[in-house]
Design a protein around this ligand. Structure first.
Ligand code: NAI
Ligand code: MG
Length: 355
């Protein structure tokens, strides 16, 4: 059956990098993939054209697609919009509207880039970690929240770190299921020593493993220790399961072990059969936008994740990843990787390995 991919190019370098991912998708269609590609306005461009970053029509389209591939949103020209009408607010509305509660972030080291890491080659060569970060709960969303003024004139900022059983179980299920297709190992990180929500996290993850995933090797690690272990010996990890806050930091830390922002894809997925949202982890890069020099690899690798997790074509995902790797092995480098290639030339280099 023909699947559908909705492209939301967005702002800044978003249209430049997604154009290359689109060329890759079109090449796969020529080679037999049954995929319909649509496109819609999202982010700052939608504010300019439609008065809001995410229209109801675009959200409906996204929810009716099998996968959504986003570029990036935001930029200085929309920074003075009221908060609820900024491009970034559109992104949060898209994530919650699609109910994508599990954020998948690979930290994969390409051999050709191993010397670009801040760690020694031996520590990162062959690194392949998959982060599963809870994306729609925890301290970023918990109530009560806000800044209040106390009777004595001091101000107090409040956020609430809160998780329910079902919020923990659904993202843990995602991690365990993905681990089955990998090494069968999950390390779960929290701060159960000082936080009740972390203690609940540990207990619920362990109970779910015992009840439904006895084949998975599960270990628990305190999040601060994991921050150290990731730079000491990152190859000890395969699948890492974290909450929203710790996952935000630990996945950024792990991603940077492998090189440039321009190489890092991500996915946000929800319940099985529901559409996933795929995007590079970088932003709209206004400093280089319009010059055709951005690295499209993160966008192309995000398409690969969409093929694997939403479009039922894991073999094509591997093929696209291998093409990116082959292009790097052949010396293809954009400026962020120390080279001089344009965005389109980098796309050409990947396409050359998709014969
Ligand atoms: P950024 O990721 O856009 O850029 C950071 C630095 O990395 C810049 O020097 C940029 O040139 C470089 N860079 C990023 N992607 C690159 C690529 N593919 N190739 C080569 N170099 C690349 O982060 P920044 O500057 O903090 O944010 C810019 C805008 O993007 C802001 O409006 C921010 O809110 C938005 N943003 C949007 C995100 C999204 O749409 N999910 C995520 C992060 C930021
Ligand atoms: Mg972050």
């Amino acid at each position: 059956m023909t699947k559908t991919l909705l492209m939301l190019p967005g702002d800044g370098i978003g249209p430049e990098v997604t154009a290359q991912a689109r060329r890759v998708a079109e090449r796969l269609i020529e080679q037999g993939l049954a995929l319909d590609i649509g496109e819609a306005r999202f982010g700052g461009v939608a504010i300019d054209a439609d008065g809001m970053p995410l229209t109801a029509d675009t959200l409906t389209l996204a929810k009716a697609s099998d996968a959504v591939l986003m570029g990036a949103v935001g930029g200085p020209q929309w920074a003075d919009q009221p908060y609820g009408n900024r491009p970034e607010a559109g992104l949060l509305a898209l994530r919650s509207g699609m109910n994508v509660y599990a954020n998948l972030r690979p930290a994969l080291c390409f051999a050709a880039l191993a010397d670009a890491s801040s760690l020694k080659r031996a520590l990162v060569e062959g690194l392949d970690i998959l982060f599963v970060r809870e994306l729609t709960g925890g301290v970023y969303f918990g109530e009560p929240r806000g800044i209040e003024t106390l009777p004595d004139g001091q101000r107090r900022g409040v956020n609430t770190h809160v998780y329910t059983t079902s919020e923990i179980q659904r993202v843990a299920r995602t991690a365990f299921a993905l681990a089955r297709g990998r090494k069968g190992e999950v390390v779960s990180a929290e701060k159960s020593n000082v936080m009740e929500a972390g203690l609940l996290w540990r207990e619920e993850v362990q109970a779910l493993r015992d009840a439904e995933y006895p084949d998975i090797r599960l270990t628990h690690m305190l999040a601060d220790n994991m921050a150290m272990q990731l730079v000491k010996n990152p190859k000890q990890f395969d699948v890492i399961l974290t909450d929203n806050l710790f996952g935000d930091m630990l996945s950024d830390e792990a991603g940077m072990l492998t090189g440039s922002l321009g190489m890092l894809p991500s996915a946000a997925i929800g319940d099985a059969g529901m559409p996933g949202l795929y995007e590079p982890i970088h932003g709209s890069a206004p400093d280089i936008a319009g010059r055709g020099v951005a690295n499209p690899s993160a966008s192309i690798l995000s398409l690969a994740m969409a093929l694997r997790y939403s479009l039922g074509a894991p073999e094509l995902a591997a093929k696209v990843e291998a093409a990116v790797e082959a292009a790097l092995d052949g010396g293809a480098r954009t400026a962020d990787l120390g080279g001089t290639m344009t965005t389109a030339a980098m796309g050409d280099a990947v396409l050359a390995h998709l014969a």
